[in-house]
Write a protein that binds this ligand. Structure first.
Ligand code: 8YV
Length: 308
């Protein structure tokens, strides 16, 4: 008999097939629908943004492993997992390059107005109406909030654009060679572009606040490829509306899939639907890690990429 697992977020067809081959996969709709099967579910596959709602975790007494198809653990209560002896895995490494590429893409979109130009051509405005000039990316000062694997990959790419690089993190990372700011507001004041690459969760909630955005300033650009919760979204919208912040490039939001309407009307803002890791190649590699971590746990073997 195949073991029962719960799939909270859809994955690529090849990955779902591998799961279906090995398990009886219950596709999540709501917690009430779990009533008949809750007692037999021992594993969960989920996304970094979706995580595992607390009531779902509480409803599964036999749960032993949560395999996250992503690197963010902020939507899974790791303390409860530890207390209950539930293992948790993520997919580190395989998505770093794509997420960093997205950060650079958003910098180019926001500064050079690539979305604006695309809309202008499609609307047939070329030759009929003027279009605003963009701003140079090369040489602009880059601040990175969170110098983990993704932050460093963003820095490596930005160096090819001759961008001087500084960062803020919980602690200095001297071997990085980049300029450290112990204070996030000071980093923002020193930066032309501030990229958020920090983990979500209680410790980082709304740390990019009104003060930080003001320090970034009317010519500054905020990029977020991490978690919407790191940025005070109301303060961000207010700063963009007031012109105290120059622009933004956002892949993540506080209440996905909700995006504040005000942002959708702004030409100095580039928007993406949380898809920094959404390439065929990376999603296959991520899915493969999910499948192999689940298989290892059900076989009683060492997990490949555990966080708990
Ligand atoms: C994915 C993410 O989009 O890595 C994460 O934590 O949020 C993203 O890579 C997500 O995990 C898929 O739902």
């Amino acid at each position: 008999m195949k073991p029962d697992i719960l799939l909270i977020e859809p994955m690529m067809p090849q990955i779902e097939k591998a799961l279906d081959d090995a398990y009886t996969v219950h596709r999540f709709t709501d917690v009430a629908a779990l009533a008949g099967v809750a007692g037999s579910i021992r594993g969960i596959a989920t996304g970094g943004g979706s995580g595992v709602p607390a009531d779902v975790m509480a409803a599964l007494p036999e749960l032993g492993i949560i395999a996250i198809n992503g690197i963010g653990t902020d939507a899974v209560d790791l303390n409860v997992a530890r207390q209950r002896g539930i293992r948790v895995t993520t997919t580190p490494g395989v998505l770093t390059a794509d997420v960093a590429d997205m950060a650079l893409g958003l910098i180019l979109m926001a500064c050079r107005g690539l979305g604006t130009g695309d809309r202008y051509v499609r609307a047939g405005s070329w030759g009929k109406a003027p279009i605003a000039l963009g701003h140079t990316v090369t040489g602009r000062k880059l601040g990175i909030l969170g110098l983990g694997q993704v932050g460093r990959a963003i820095a490596a790419r930005a160096r090819a654009f001759d961008m001087p690089i500084a960062y803020h993190d919980i602690r200095e990372i001297p071997e990085s060679g980049y300029t450290y700011f112990a204070d996030l507001t000071e980093l923002a004041r020193d930066s032309d572009v501030l990229v958020v690459a920090a983990s979500g969760g209680a410790q980082s909630r709304n740390i990019v606040d009104k003060t930080v955005l003001e320090a970034l300033g009317p010519d500054g650009v905020l990029i977020n490829v991490a978690r919407g919760t790191v940025v005070d979204e109301d303060a961000l919208v207010a700063a963009l509306q007031a012109g105290t912040l120059g622009g933004a490039g956002l892949d993540v939001f506080q209440h996905e899939p909700h995006v504040p309407d005000a942002l959708k009307t702004m030409d100095n803002v580039a928007l993406q639907p949380h898809r920094a890791s959404a390439t065929v190649e990376t999603r296959l590699a991520m899915g493969d890690l999910v499948v192999r971590n689940l298989a290892a746990w059900f076989a009683g073997q060492s997990l490949l990429t555990p966080v708990v």
